[in-house]
Design a protein around this ligand. Structure first.
Ligand code: PAF
Length: 283
């Protein structure tokens, strides 16, 4: 496994890979890897000749007062995990390498898709994500890029950006990986103390119960949202940011459920703000 810290270094390898007509699968990450990330790496390994993983805690997607400084980092452990998965290249640039002092260019997907859900409480977050992902796509030039469905809105925004800017890259969205009690894996779960960790399972439990409710015939978004909110509020210190039911593709609000819908939640449990979602096909 080769570790590259500069854009020139990884670009030289990419040139050689392309010359040999080999495909590149790319897994962008912010590090502190868990089994969710590794499931993306495994899929990328299955579908491509060469796998590149990036580790970069991207400052432009963090707002003021968010956890940029305290975001968990453990590069040595990440390298070990990636080595065990037989990853070919890891791109680990510094902040200066990605954003020099004169940096001025941003990629912004406009409209509700970036304004609602996480976009409404994390202003500028998706602008940072689409900017860094565009830069990484230009540097790594992958055939396929792999993202986790836990960040369903991020996937929808990146798919839109790829269509709008004509990136010749397939976006592969992979299923959420969960702990035994249902908690979706996230690097931010490491902020939870043991009581919070136990209580955090309320997010997925509420989503699974809501799915059952829909399967049993419930159709009104308002009623299902209330059910989820009441469930989450059984954890008295949980602070709900949003509980939304939207069209799975466009992320537009739905009132009466029909077709593929996404139920998405964001909740503060102690320090971290956790997100989770579930897709339901409504007949
Ligand atoms: O999902 C993440 O870890 C980040 O948002 C990403 C896609 C690596 C961009 O920084």
């Amino acid at each position: 496994m080769k570790i590259c810290n500069t854009i020139d270094e990884i670009r030289n390898h990419v040139k050689i890979i392309k010359k040999a007509d080999k495909s590149i699968g790319f897994v962008p990450t912010m590090g502190y890897l868990h089994d969710g990330h590794l499931s993306l790496v495994k899929k990328a390994k299955e579908e491509n000749d060469i796998v590149v993983v990036s580790i970069f805690v991207n400052p432009t997607q963090f707002g003021a007062g968010e956890d940029l400084e305290s975001y968990p980092r453990d590069l040595d452990r990440d390298f070990q995990l990636l080595k065990s998965q037989r990853v070919d290249f890891v791109f680990v640039p510094s902040v200066d390498e990605m954003y020099n002092k004169a940096y001025k260019t941003y990629v912004d997907v406009e409209g509700q898709i970036t304004k609602k859900l996480c976009g409404s409480s994390r202003k500028g977050h998706f602008r940072g994500v689409t900017t860094v992902v565009s830069k990484l796509f230009n540097i790594v030039a992958p055939n396929r890029a792999y993202f986790g469905q836990k960040d369903a809105q991020q996937v929808a925004v990146i798919e839109k950006m790829v269509r709008d800017l004509n990136f010749d890259i397939d976006i592969i969205s992979c299923p959420i990986v969960r702990e035994e009690d249902g908690l979706a894996l996230s690097s931010r779960n490491s902020y939870l103390n043991s009581k919070e960790r136990e209580d955090a399972a309320i997010l997925s439990k509420s989503l699974f119960l809501a799915k059952k409710m829909i399967e049993n015939g419930a159709k009104e978004a308002k009623e299902i949202k209330k059910f989820i909110i009441d469930n989450i509020n059984t954890v008295d210190y949980a602070k709900i940011d949003y509980v939304e039911i939207v069209d799975a593709k466009t992320l537009e609000d739905v009132n009466t459920l029909q077709g593929d819908i996404l139920i998405a939640v964001a909740v503060k449990i102690g320090k971290p703000r956790l997100i989770d979602n579930i897709k339901v096909e409504v007949k």
